[in-house]
Design a protein around this ligand. Structure first.
Ligand code: ZN
Length: 194
């Protein structure tokens, strides 16, 4: 396998002033603009470095997958809250790193924008975590409530002289739960549309 990867070279897509036609000169590596159309600007170069780093990581990952052969699997995320909190840990550590540097020795303008981005990411990952945590707790609560209701109905059926494990009795319990659930959803929709 060869390792001499060359990023795909594009032509500049900027429109020329006089004719309105695309410029078509070679774009600078990793950008979509030639030198005279902003390909050498700090922003375009920063974007190009970032894209290069991402592509490099993706190539390393696919190479690793190829080496593992047919059995290679990317492990699925089964516990999003745990993954999200480890991600939040990394982002918050980065934010704290910039924060303490800011106090001790000051930051360069580029570091300041990285710091601002880290602050913003830390905020949004924490918001996501809060939201996910609430949803998980709501699902757990719903399951618990359903368990309590089913138990109560089985007890009631027994008190009325029925066998709660009897198929017909179970069917009645199931149907009345579904009906009650549908009614409560209709109430929710009504309340929401006010
Ligand atoms: Zn150009």
């Amino acid at each position: 396998m060869t390792n001499n990867y060359q990023p795909r070279r594009l032509v500049c897509g900027a429109k020329t002033h006089w004719s309105g036609e695309p410029c078509k000169r070679w774009a600078m590596a990793g950008t979509t603009r030639c030198r005279s159309h902003g390909g050498a600007s700090p922003q375009a170069q920063a974007k190009a470095r970032e894209r290069e780093a991402t592509e490099k990581a993706q190539r390393a990952l696919s190479k690793q997958m190829l080496q593992q052969g047919a059995g290679a699997v990317i492990p699925p995320v089964t516990d999003p809250l745990r993954v999200l909190s480890s991600l939040a840990g990394e982002i918050v550590a980065l934010k704290d790193f910039f924060g303490s540097r800011l106090l001790s020795e000051g930051l360069t303008p580029a570091e300041i924008s990285s710091y601002e981005r880290a602050l913003d990411r830390a905020r949004s990952v924490l918001v996501d975590m809060g939201r996910l945590n609430l949803e998980e707790r709501q699902v757990a609560l719903d399951q618990r409530t359903a368990g309590i209701v089913i138990d109560a109905m089985a007890t009631f059926a027994k008190a009325m002289g029925h066998n709660p494990s009897d198929l017909v009795v179970r069917e009645v319990i199931r149907n009345s739960l579904l009906e009650a659930n549908a009614r409560s959803k209709a109430i929710d929709i009504k309340a929401g549309s006010r």
